[in-house]
Design a protein around this ligand. Structure first.
Ligand SMILES: [Fe+2]
Length: 242
C-alpha cells in the first residue's frame, strides 16, 4: 500500500511530553524553544524502505540468548526472566504488521553495556541488552528478556530511573520512527521520575505495562503486556523531538 501525507494524523500533544520539561534537566538545553517547522514529506520519505526483514536472526527477540558468551554449558544472564508482548495498532485499532520493533535495556543489576555507563553495578557477560523483531499479521511483537534493574542518573541528587525498557518502532518508511519507554506496574520510582512525570498525567498510564498471566511461560517466565497505539485518543506517549 502506498502511504500518502494524509495517512499520518496529527499528534495529540495532550498525550505527549513537552519538548522542554524543566525537571528533566537535559531538556532545558536540548529541547526546542521555538515553534517547530513542519517539513513537507515527499513520496520518497513516506515509501522508502528502511530495513530488510531478511536481516533478522531467529534469536534477535530473545535477550536471554542473544548475548550469551560463557562456555559450556552456555551461560545464561542473571535476573528475573520476563516475556514482553503487545500489539501495535493505529488510531482505529487496526493492527500494524511488518513493523520493526527494537528494544534496549539495562541488565538485572541496572547496568548498560555502554562505555559512558559508569554505574557501580556489575556487567553481565551473558547479557547484551538489545533485541528486535517484526510485528506479525496481527501487529503483535514478543520479546523474552530479564527484568531491567533501576539505575542512578545525574539529573538531581539521588535520582534513580524506574525499571524501564526503551522501544523504537519503525513503520514502512524513515518518517515513521517512534521512540518511547515501557515501565512496570507498581514501581515506587515512577512518582519520582522526571522523565515519566514529563508526560501529561492522563496519558502516563499508557507507558506502564500490565502483568498478564496469559503471557507467562509456566515455571519459566512472567509475562507483561505493552500495547502501543500510534495515533488518536489513546496514543502512546513518545519521545519524538528529544
Ligand atoms: Fe534507560
Amino acid at each position: 500500500m502506498t502511504s500518502t501525507p494524509e495517512s499520518f494524523a496529527p499528534r495529540d500533544w495532550d498525550s505527549q511530553p513537552p519538548l522542554v520539561a524543566p525537571d528533566y534537566k537535559s531538556t532545558r538545553l536540548r529541547g526546542a524553544t521555538k515553534p517547530l517547522i513542519p517539513i513537507k514529506q515527499s513520496l520518497s520519505e513516506l515509501t522508502g524502505p528502511v530495513f530488510g526483514h531478511d536481516a533478522l536472526h531467529p534469536l534477535d527477540n530473545d535477550l536471554t540468548k542473544n548475548g550469551r558468551k560463557d562456555g559450556e554449558p552456555p551461560g545464561e544472564p542473571l535476573g528475573e526472566r520476563i516475556v514482553i508482548s503487545g500489539r501495535v495498532v493505529d488510531e482505529a485499532g487496526r493492527p500494524q504488521p511488518g513493523m520493526l520493533v527494537e528494544v534496549w535495556q539495562a541488565n538485572a543489576a541496572g547496568r548498560y553495556v555502554h562505555k559512558v555507563d559508569q554505574h557501580d553495578a556489575p556487567l553481565d557477560p551473558n547479557f547484551f541488552g538489545g533485541g528486535r523483531c517484526v510485528t506479525d499479521a496481527e501487529g503483535v511483537y514478543r520479546f523474552m528478556t530479564v527484568k531491567p534493574g533501576a539505575y542512578p542518573w545525574g539529573n538531581h541528587a539521588n535520582a534513580w530511573r524506574p525499571n524501564h525498557i526503551h522501544f523504537s518502532l519503525f513503520g514502512p518508511s524513515i518518517a515513521t520512527r517512534l521512540v518511547t519507554q515501557m515501565y512496570f506496574p507498581g514501581d515506587p520510582l515512577l512518582d519520582l521520575d522526571p522523565i515519566f512525570l514529563a508526560t501529561p498525567e492522563a496519558a502516563r498510564g499508557r507507558l506502564i505495562s500490565q502483568f498478564d498471566l496469559a503471557l507467562t511461560e509456566a515455571d519459566f517466565a512472567l509475562g507483561y503486556r505493552f500495547d502501543i497505539v500510534l495515533r488518536g485518543a489513546q496514543e502512546t506517549p513518545m519521545e519524538s523531538g528529544r
